[in-house]
Write a protein that binds this ligand. Sequence first.
Ligand SMILES: Nc1ncnc2c1ncn2[C@@H]1O[C@H](COP(=O)(O)OP(=O)(O)OP(=O)(O)O)[C@@H](O)[C@H]1O
Length: 213
Amino acid sequence: MHLAAANLAARRGEDLIFEGVSFRLESGEALVLTGKNGSGKSTLLRVVAGLLHQERGSVSFTDAQGNTLRRVGEISHYLGHRNAMKSELTVAENLDFWRRFLGQTHTAVSIDEAAEAVGLGGITHLPFGYLSAGQQRRFAFAKLLITYRPVWILDEPTAALDASGDHLFAELVEAHRRKGGIVLAATHQPLGLAEAQELRMAGFSHSGPGVWE
Ligand SMILES: Nc1ncnc2c1ncn2[C@@H]1O[C@H](COP(=O)(O)OP(=O)(O)OP(=O)(O)O)[C@@H](O)[C@H]1O
């Protein structure tokens, strides 16, 4: 199983944000995107997730049987800057929506188990909007657990977390990797992942002549 990107370029509006980005992640591997604000980390994640069209290049996922899929979003969890939860619904209602939307799999855990896994068992009856920013982010991680997807695409996943949340996040990601999962994450802070590769996004200012033409 592997996730591959070849010679990717992406444009936002009129501007080419990056070009020539390639990587290959095998089962259990993680790639961390770093770089200054505006360097294109979120853009690359969104291209891989299929939420933005690339200007050039390709993204593909090949499963353990050797079948190759171009629509990587179909086998990925995407966690953006926002948590994709409705404030007025309870945590349980939000997670139940996502479980039905994403489709249940035999390897998924229950909503209560997912809440326990993120250290917040017993409060899934509360409206999502009542929770603190860190609690909301933890429940966004719970979404990654209720349906199995081999690829996790995470945009600044630990931004709102305290130290124990950071540790918990690292444990969840490492457990996913031990099961063969692949992780692609953008971050400004260390994520505590073992042997993660790093791709430093340079942004357009380092992309060389001709990029703006
Ligand atoms: N919808 C949009 N239309 C036009 N330009 C955009 C749009 N979204 C982002 N950009 C531009 O694309 C560039 C890359 O943005 P992106 O969000 O990918 O950067 P980033 O590395 O994730 O930044 P940060 O670290 O601040 O999250 C920035 O210059 C940004 O202004």
